[in-house]
Design a protein around this ligand. Structure first.
Ligand code: HEC
Length: 261
């Protein structure tokens, strides 16, 4: 009798301690909100906005061998139209006869308008410009269509890649982001990429490594994480996966640059 009462007391104490610990440890979502608030309090501006401002400078400045700005770049809605353009990317472009995502289109214009050699283009410039152009779609719903036959084909390729298992651990995107999506591994919650419509908040600032990543970096990061050789920047494989995830994000409001772990 006595010992069972002792056990009850111990169980109650352990229970209370576990509850206190659980209450202390913030959920991944709470941690993101807390970090965001902290940075805003300390500097009054979110890092993503700093990248976008830097991108705006690069976008409007006359640069490259041709000494012109990127203001004449066609992101799909006509030359010079950036408002709402990102919400409809990736899409097919007749001038390159290719489906392009935001990063790839920026590179295309840096080459064709400004005269840069593709090999000389700094990745950090592309990222900053992407942050700026994406921010011009904020508040608009993602609206990525599959009108052109090339778009249909690239989407099919993206879907196939999404389910392809690779690497020593035999992982696919779907294993982590569908089958196990919503679960936590350590401090991270595995995103349900399609259901959560996450493509709408990329490019995003990652406070865990103090970097701005576009969707291209995010995709490459996930390949690297599973020790599978990552596809090159601006490659069809990356664009295909991006198109596949963007179609799933249709209807969600663009919020870019986002703020993530
Ligand atoms: C081993 C599990 C794993 C695999 C496989 C994996 N990912 Fe991820 N992915 C993660 C983790 C973990 C994060 C969150 C990282 C963080 O918090 O910094 C993430 C984040 C993401 C995000 C951002 C989610 C958000 O909330 O915005 C996207 C998009 C994504 N992955 C796409 C992919 C694609 C595409 C593939 C296949 C090429 C892939 N992932 C394969 C684990 C995985």
């Amino acid at each position: 009798m006595r010992s069972s009462r002792v056990w009850l007391v111990i169980a109650a104490l352990v229970g209370a301690t576990l509850l206190a610990l659980a209450q202390q440890a913030p959920s991944p979502e709470e941690e993101v909100a807390r970090q965001k608030k902290l940075i805003l309090e300390q500097s009054g501006i979110l890092p993503g906005e700093l990248y976008a401002a830097q991108g705006e400078d690069l976008f409007k400045k006359k640069r490259g061998p041709n000494n012109v700005s990127l203001e004449g770049c066609d992101f799909g809605l006509g030359a010079g139209k950036t408002e709402g353009a990102y919400a409809e990317l990736p899409r097919y472009f007749a001038d390159t006869n290719r489906v392009e995502d935001l990063d790839t289109r920026i590179v295309t214009c840096m080459v064709s308008l400004q005269g840069f050699k593709a090999a000389d283009i700094k990745r950090s410039d592309v990222v900053a410009i992407a942050a700026y152009v994406a921010s011009k779609s904020n508040g608009r719903p993602v609206k990525v269509r599959l009108d052109d036959v090339k778009e249909v084909a690239v989407y099919a390729m993206g879907k196939q890649l999404w389910y392809t298992r690779a690497g020593a651990q035999d992982f696919s995107c779907a294993v982590c982001h569908e089958t196990n999506g919503g679960k936590r591994i350590r401090l991270q919650r595995l995103a349900l990429v399609q259901a959560d419509k996450v493509a709408s908040h990329w490019p995003a600032y990652r406070f865990s490594n103090d970097q701005l990543w576009t969707m291209e970096d995010r995709i490459r990061g996930c390949y690297k994480q599973t020790r599978v050789t990552e596809p090159n920047y601006y490659s069809d494989a990356i664009i295909a996966l991006s198109l596949y995830m963007s179609v799933a994000a249709n209807g969600a409001d663009v919020d870019a640059p986002g703020f993530v772990r």
